[in-house]
Design a protein around this ligand. Structure first.
Ligand code: AGP
Length: 601
């Protein structure tokens, strides 16, 4: 969801290739416009930008030959202003000696834009990133230094954002690049003869693994040989050491798979192993569990896939820990629950990225209530991580593909692990076996999943039904199918189907049931309600004779516990979506209109 990158080098050189490569590395976040700017030693700005995909725009504008000592690149995903050349970033100020680009949202942009126009500034587009540049221009024009102007501008800008800016012009030579972080990600990279800054690590790691994390409310000044972090509020310089990032970039490569999505599905056994290892060794687990144990009310809050994990997590808590937890869609949280929160309550915010704006809004609505804020996230250093009283990591490494796969499986495993620790009934899970069970599920269901994908492909709408623990799984399977195949699929409770949607069934109409062992008897009724009306029942679940006899197609899962069986169903559902997407000629890694990290309202 938008991304910025900037670099300062010692000697004048062709920077276009570096900017282009950085843009490609940011592309997984989703975008519809791309732009680059470089400043040469004489202070001239070369700005090229347009709406479109990186390669198309590059074919037209040839970023690769842009040369200078400072450069920046931006990928934009439209929120304020249509995808167009003037709205693409970076932006210039009125007289063209400031150039900058942002990521995030400036929520008071419309009011600011009116002020800038009334002051006679040259405002070229309707995008909020342009407001960042004019906000700095306002103070530079009054004679403030660039650092002071940026600090003052940051106080005028409302919202969650990060921006990068540079001053050019022969009259006031400046060799630095500046960046501000206020709510969106920002990381600095330190290399031999250069410093760079980016929204996230994948665009920095090919250049250097010496990194510095910038925090909210801070700005950074980059020179080719040094950096300086200071607080926006009072200008105080912050002493922060760089750190060596040791996880290799191979994590961001496809490793022989055609798509990241398929690679990430196959990485699930390893991701589960890493999660279980992290949980067994981490000092974060006990305080997290104790907070939940002591709570009066527990809320599991997330969006999209993370919300579906919350639905399954709440069912696991009810079943094993005898602790009721309420799964809540993040944008619903404030109005429905936040006003009644107290210090006895716990809000568990679940987000792969840790940057989803709807989730951060829910978090902000819980602040001040005294409730304990717990985070479950995959991205270390994310806003959610810093804002939580305690957090747990999903330990999945990079997830590049827009559809969440391994992070979802680990979210559900993490909920199961927590419920298992608080378990009041039954034997505990055989956790050591879990990674190999996931491996076995991939092996056993891959071929069947291809067959089911072929069977479903001609249908433009269908249902996935679950019951008990598999309700959240049915919702997730349906979301995944919609996301990458563009077919409509509704995930819902199988017991509810007869209360209305059953009328959709006709001869051959496909309904996919996801069942866990203890619910097989109940599910047989729901399956028969569909098949006796001519519907085609496809069942995903542990082997069961009666269920098999009721179904047209059966996708068997390994013989594991009721709880693990519900979780393992994620694997064939992911594979069905993947194969359907590819067979329709779509790119499952980057579904149209979607973005990996949704940092907007
Ligand atoms: C998942 O496949 C989707 N891309 C989407 O629903 C996602 O789960 C949602 O936007 C929440 O993201 P988060 O986990 O990073 O908060």
């Amino acid at each position: 969801m938008c991304g910025i990158f900037g670099i300062v080098v010692k000697e004048e050189q062709v920077l276009g290739g570096t900017l282009l490569e950085a843009s490609r590395r940011l592309a997984y976040r989703g975008y519809d416009s791309v732009g680059c700017a470089v400043i040469d030693r004489a202070g001239r700005i070369d700005l090229r930008k347009d709406a479109g995909k990186i390669e198309e725009v590059n074919d037209r504008l040839n970023f690769a030959d842009m040369a200078g000592v400072r450069g920046m690149a931006q990928l934009r995903w439209a929120t304020f202003g249509a995808p167009s050349q003037p709205n693409a970033q970076p932006h210039l100020d009125s007289d063209g000696d400031l150039v900058g680009a942002h990521n995030g949202n400036i929520v008071n942009h419309v009011a600011l834009r009116e002020q800038f126009i009334a002051s006679g500034f040259t405002v070229r587009g309707t995008n909020d990133g342009e407001s960042c540049v004019h906000a700095v221009e306002r103070y530079v024009d009054q004679g403030d230094s660039v650092v002071s102007s940026i600090r003052k501008a940051a106080r005028d800008l409302e919202g969650d954002y990060a921006f990068v800016i540079a001053r050019a012009g022969a009259e006031s030579p400046d060799e630095a690049l500046y960046a501000v972080k206020q709510g969106s990600g920002l990381v600095v990279g330190i290399g031999d003869g250069f410093c760079c800054v980016s929204s996230d690590l994948p665009s920095i790691l090919p250049l250097t693994n010496q990194v510095v994390r910038v925090r909210d409310g801070e700005m950074v000044t980059l020179h080719h040989d040094r950096f300086e972090i200071r607080r926006v509020e009072d200008g105080a310089v912050v002493d922060r050491e760089s750190e060596l990032f040791t996880e290799g970039m191979d994590a961001a490569e496809k490793g022989g798979y055609e798509h990241f999505m398929l690679k990430e599905i196959h990485e699930q056994p390893k991701a589960a192993e890493d999660l279980l290892h992290w949980l067994s060794a981490s000092p974060h687990v006990d305080p997290f569990v104790s907070s939940i144990e002591a709570a009066r009310h527990i809320y599991f809050v997330g969006c999209g896939t993370s919300y579906n994990a919350c639905v399954l997590g709440a069912a696991l808590f009810n079943r094993l820990a005898m602790k009721p937890a309420v799964p809540v869609l993040a944008p619903v949280f404030r109005e429905t629950f936040a006003h009644t929160l107290s210090s006895e309550d716990v809000v568990v915010l679940v987000s792969q990225s840790g940057e989803t704006k709807d989730v951060l809004n829910a978090l902000n609505s819980a602040r001040g209530s005294g409730a304990t804020i717990l985070g479950i996230l995959n991205v270390l250093g994310s806003t959610l991580m810093h804002a939580s009283d305690h957090y747990l990591l999903l330990a999945c490494g990079y997830e590049i593909s827009v559809p969440a796969t391994k992070t979802f499986l680990n979210q559900t495993l993490l909920f199961y692990y927590l419920a298992d620790r608080l378990r009041r009934t039954g034997p505990g899970e055989r956790w050591d076996d879990v990674p190999s069970r996931i491996e076995e599920t991939i092996r056993r269901t891959d071929g069947f999943s291809q067959e089911v994908a072929a069977l479903l492909k001609p249908f433009h709408e269908m249902y996935y039904l679950g019951y008990g623990l598999t309700l959240g799984m049915a919702m997730e399977g349906a979301l995944k199918l919609k996301e990458v195949s563009y077919a409509h699929c509704e995930g819902m409770l199988s017991a509810e189907f007869k209360h209305g949607p059953l009328s959709a069934v006709y001869d051959g109409y496909p309904v996919l049931f996801i069942t866990a062992p203890d619910d097989a008897k109940m599910m047989i009724n729901h399956v028969n309600e569909v098949t006796c009306r001519g519907g085609r029942a496809i069942i995903v679940g542990r082997e069961d004779d009666l269920l098999r006899k009721s179904a047209h197609d059966y996708l068997p899962l390994p013989a594991v516990s009721h709880e693990l069986s519900a979780i393992l169903a994620a694997v064939p559902l992911q594979l069905i979506s993947y194969y359907m997407s590819v067979s329709k000629g779509h790119n499952p890694d980057f579904p149209r209109n979607l973005s990996k990290t949704l940092t907007v309202d």
